[in-house]
Design a protein around this ligand. Structure first.
Ligand SMILES: *Cc1c(COP(=O)(O)O)cnc(C)c1O
Length: 233
């Protein structure tokens, strides 16, 4: 366990330095960018070590795994971010442990998320996931930029959900800087209509610098902290 703790500590340190360097390069304050450590596929014992090393926010992308880990680590006071594809029949359950749902990408999810938050009497922060795929590309997750205004309206009307901003993943195979530059334009327009929704969750182990250059306030980093995941997901 000591060896694993040392490994995580060294990796965290390296990631924090990358974030600080990217902030400096972009002329931004280092505390402008928050680190969400993505712990999917790694055990609750790692989450515990991370909390001990000062991590406050963790991300998970699969409901069952997230639910179990959040329960096992309930004493740690962490903020749990749900960052994966959401099924409408699981959305209420996700809202029962997630503090932030980053992957709201269609209207059908709003009702169940709101109900789950009500059942827990706990407001849930919501980010709208926007697709950065070129129009017409094989659709991965994320709402089309044209649908954000409608989705935002629905979140604002539903109780117990707080609209905080946007989340995106750079498309595979594209230069992340080009993708995040489109994201910055989408976000500028979005924030004009929703001045309080200033969170921008973008950037992972491989592209966090490009995301910070383009205005990310949250980076979601998995493998650079925890090591390689099994390749079959
Ligand atoms: C797994 C995952 C991450 C972390 O990816 P790494 O490349 O391991 O840093 C970030 N965001 C989402 C949505 C993910 O599913």
């Amino acid at each position: 366990m000591t060896a694993r703790r040392d490994e995580l500590a060294a990796n965290l340190d390296a990631v924090r330095r990358r974030i600080a360097a990217a902030c400096e390069e972009a002329g931004r304050a280092a505390d402008d960018v928050s680190l969400v450590v993505v712990t999917k596929f790694f055990p609750a014992s790692d989450v515990r070590l991370l909390a001990d090393l000062g991590v406050t926010d963790v991300g998970e992308n699969r409901h069952q795994e997230a639910e179990a880990k959040a329960a096992e680590c309930a004493d740690l006071g962490l903020r749990w971010h749900f960052i994966g594809g959401l099924q409408s029949n699981k959305a209420a359950a996700v809202a029962s442990y997630a503090d932030v749902v980053e992957s709201l990408d269609r209207a059908k999810l709003v009702g169940p998320l709101s109900r789950g938050a009500h059942a827990r009497s706990h407001e849930v922060d919501v980010l709208l996931q926007v697709s950065l795929d070129p129009p017409g590309a094989e659709h991965r997750s994320g709402a089309s930029p044209d649908d954000l205004a409608d989705l935002a309206g629905r979140v604002a009307e539903a109780g117990m959900l707080r609209l905080r901003g946007l989340m995106a993943v750079a498309p595979l195979g594209e230069d992340p800087d080009a993708a995040f530059s489109r994201l910055a334009a989408i976000r500028d327009e979005f924030v004009r209509a929703h001045p309080d929704a200033t969170v921008l969750s973008a950037g992972m182990s491989g592209d966090l610098e490009a995301a910070i250059t383009r205005g990310a306030t949250h980076v979601r980093v998995g493998s650079a902290v925890l090591g390689e995941r099994p390749s079959v997901q």
